[in-house]
Design a binder for this molecule. Structure first.
Ligand code: CA
Length: 230
């Protein structure tokens, strides 16, 4: 995960011991971890930090896990964030209700950490393949996130770390139009101030690198908005 940002996981759990166990295990796996102890805090952190995944306890005081899930999935900006619900209640009715709220997966307490990590990786491989070391391809371009290599038409390309992160973001969602702000959040992180024009400079470098051995420019400028692959 060295050259792409580690996925950020938000853990929402009111019991501090369980929260700390999850934090410890997630950090040991290389994830960045944010913690919330109630639903209001969770919703605020989802807006501010845009985590890549939420591990959400069902039983929370005040705003329930189900309500947090419903609100995250009701907002088009946060809807794509996968949610794994944790619950002590394991019967089928609860399971169905959990999934109807829009949760992407459901783990029954007491759960094994190994199982939870496997479920989490399954979700992240789907939504953030580059951060999980997957091999992405688009047209004649291949990005191997595990090996940190990029090929076009079978020939190796040399990309700087920023251009690599930019390309992996674009290749995770070909065709999606990214605003400059969204790319800055994804490529540089939300906590760093970078002028949006900086993105144009790096897109220029990325295009040049991608066309080293010929071929069309695959990174489209969307006027007044940002960029898209294809
Ligand atoms: Ca709880």
């Amino acid at each position: 995960m060295a050259e792409t940002h580690a996925p950020c996981v938000l853990v929402v759990e009111d019991e501090s011991a369980q929260r700390e166990v999850l934090k410890y295990n997630l950090e040991a796996e290389g994830f960045e971890v944010k913690l919330a102890e109630n639903g209001d805090e969770a919703l605020l952190l989802v807006q501010e930090e845009r985590p890549d995944l939420v591990v959400l306890d069902w039983m929370l005081p005040n705003v329930s896990g189900i309500e947090v899930c419903r609100q995250i999935k009701a907002d088009p900006d946060t809807r794509p964030i996968p949610i794994i619900m944790l619950s002590a209640r394991g019967d089928e009715v609860d399971r169905v209700r959990g999934l109807e709220t829009g949760a992407d997966d459901y783990v029954v307490k007491p759960y094994s950490v190994v199982e939870l990590m496997a479920r989490l990786r399954t979700q992240l491989r789907r939504t953030r393949p580059a951060t999980m070391g997957e091999r992405l391809s688009y047209s004649d371009i291949i990005l191997d996130a595990g090996e940190h290599r990029v090929f076009r038409g079978g020939k190796a390309l040399h990309l700087g770390p920023t251009e690599f992160r930019l390309l992996s973001t674009l290749m995770e969602k070909p065709g999606r139009v990214w605003t400059r702000e969204q790319l800055l959040d994804r490529v540089w992180g939300r906590d760093i101030y970078v002028d949006t024009r900086t993105i144009d400079v790096h897109v220029g470098r990325l295009r040049k690198a991608l066309m080293t051995h010929g071929g069309d420019n695959p990174v489209r400028t969307v006027r007044g908005t940002g960029y898209a692959l294809g």
